[in-house]
Design a protein around this ligand. Structure first.
Ligand SMILES: Cc1ncc(COP(=O)(O)O)c(C=O)c1O
Length: 479
């Protein structure tokens, strides 16, 4: 084997970078081919006489550069090129505002949350990816430190220590927000509900991406609001041209979108588009409800900015939570509502007075000194590698015509099959094989996308998961 290490200008590079370069060269020269297993960490440590942690750091660097991928319990592999085409920009079946009926979505949502099934349906991360032990320890500490306070009513706006931490985190999203402008909520779900309630009245129309997160459709239905579904690009998000034309033609009370790595498409608007969106909304004086729950789960170099970062009038209601990064069960979310802040505080008090104190203090403590950034780096790496393995398996087992998104963050994939394909049939058959999937129809207010489905990549790769994708592929081919 050629000794690259001795030929590298070692004084200019860290040892782990030299090891990474050595492996990179093996890939470049075709000695290691796409799909090949890399030398084990132990083997490389012996061969190159470097420490195990140096090899691990080198492999992490190559993962970050999208050159290699890790398969849990199996090792590191050279990435294979994904050949699948991306889905077409969406065409909602109607572009007329309509009331929403989510009874089917509600039934399916209950079924896809069934823990007995292989969880490819619900967008729920595996709890093993979360720092559960640390969170439990911190919660114990917080309760012991304030044994009575945690049993009192909190102020509607929420605990100051948590709001301070969130305000610091928001800097990464490009937002400079005073802690007093943040209202703590029971997850993003409550934040969105409060936001909709603050800016609309029953019968109003809300412009949304299509397909969209079914929780948003459920909120629209509960508040007796009409959904105006607009064409959405699988990478670039909602069509601004259609949004503007909607504003010109009809009364739109608000716009609600998932800004970064949307659910289900995984789209993420560029900063330029986010700025254009805000200026369009300002021009027509329309508030935006931004759901940024996936913003911290980017696979790129940097966190994409929140749309809130471009807000000049205080009319972007920014909603998020720790449900996809730390724990969905703690139910800790928030809203930055600026122009609507007092209305939101009032509504929060009416709904449930305040969010439970112990989970707020736990999240505050974790954000302050639990190693959140380190945890996020690991989590992003896991989500990305699960997604890549899932993409490869889809390309391998699904019909050749399958189109699939390749998001740059988050943990869901959207699959589009030929028009005649019936995802509801696949959903029923999959349940019989103990596999849950989310059929496309539940992401639309007007019944479209029955040839589509969403798969969750928030669970670690395993043989049973690969078998599940193979089964779904076989069933799809039979159609
Ligand atoms: C886009 C989106 N928004 C909101 C939620 C719900 O978030 P939370 O658990 O914070 O209420 C989800 C959950 O899957 C989601 O995908």
């Amino acid at each position: 084997m050629k000794n690259y290490l001795s030929t590298l200008p070692s004084q200019q590079k860290n040892l782990y970078e030299q090891v990474a370069e050595y492996v990179h060269n093996l890939i470049n020269e075709g000695i290691l081919q796409p799909g090949d297993r890399l030398p084990s960490v132990r083997k490389l440590h012996q061969q190159l006489s470097v420490s195990i942690s140096t090899v691990l750091e080198a492999y992490r660097l190559l993962e970050d550069r999208h050159l290699i991928t890790v398969r849990p319990q199996s090792g590191y592999y050279v990435k294979t090129t994904i050949k699948a085409a991306e889905p077409f920009p969406s065409q909602p079946s109607t572009q007329t505002a309509c009331f929403v009926d989510t009874s089917l979505a509600f039934r399916i949502r209950t079924a896809i949350n069934n823990p007995q099934l292989i969880q490819l349906g619900a967008a729920i991360p595996d709890p093993a990816l979360f720092p559960v032990a640390t969170l439990n320890r911190l919660m114990g500490q917080e309760i012991r430190a304030q044994p009575e306070a945690v049993h009192r009513y909190n102020v509607p706006i929420g605990c100051e220590s948590l709001r301070q931490q969130i305000s610091k985190r928001l800097i990464d999203a490009g937002c400079s927000v005073n802690p007093n402008q943040i209202v703590i909520t029971n997850g993003t779900t409550e934040a969105i509900f409060l936001a909709l309630k603050a800016v609309t009245k029953p019968g109003d129309t809300v412009a949304i991406e299509s397909p969209t997160y079914y929780g948003l459709l459920e909120a629209l239905e509960a508040l007796h609001l009409k959904a105006l579904e607009l064409p959405t690009h699988p990478r670039e998000g909602i069509s601004l041209a259609h949004l503007e034309s909607a504003f010109q033609k009809q009364q739109v009370a608000a716009c609600a979108i998932v800004s970064n790595f949307s659910n289900p498409l995984g789209s993420c608007m560029s900063a330029t588009k986010k700025r254009q969106l805000v200026s369009l909304l300002n021009q027509y004086n329309i508030p935006l409800i931004e759901d940024d729950i996936f913003g911290d789960l980017y696979f790129t170099e940097q966190r994409p900015q929140a749309i809130k970062a471009f807000d000049t009038e205080g009319k972007v209601l920014h909603c998020a939570s720790v449900s996809k990064t730390l724990s969905p069960g703690l139910r800790v979310g928030w809203i930055v509502a600026e122009a609507y802040q007092s209305k939101i505080e009032q509504l929060k008090a009416v709904m449930n007075y305040s969010t439970t104190i112990a989970p707020q203090l736990t999240v505050a403590a974790f954000l302050a000194n639990g190693g959140y950034d380190r945890h996020l780096r690991k989590l992003r790496r896991s989500y990305r590698s699960h997604m890549e393995l899932m993409l490869q398996a889809i390309c391998h087992y699904f019909p050749a015509e399958t189109r699939v998104t390749q998001p740059q963050g988050g943990h869901v994939l959207w699959l589009e099959l030929p028009q005649h394909f019936d995802a509801m049939v696949l959903y029923q058959q999959a349940c019989e094989h103990n596999i849950s999937i989310a059929p496309g129809i539940i992401f639309s207010a007007s019944g479209g996308y029955n040839n589509c489905l969403r798969l969750n990549c928030g669970i670690p790769w395993s043989d049973s998961l690969e078998k599940a994708i193979e089964t779904l592929g076989i069933l799809s081919k039979q159609q």
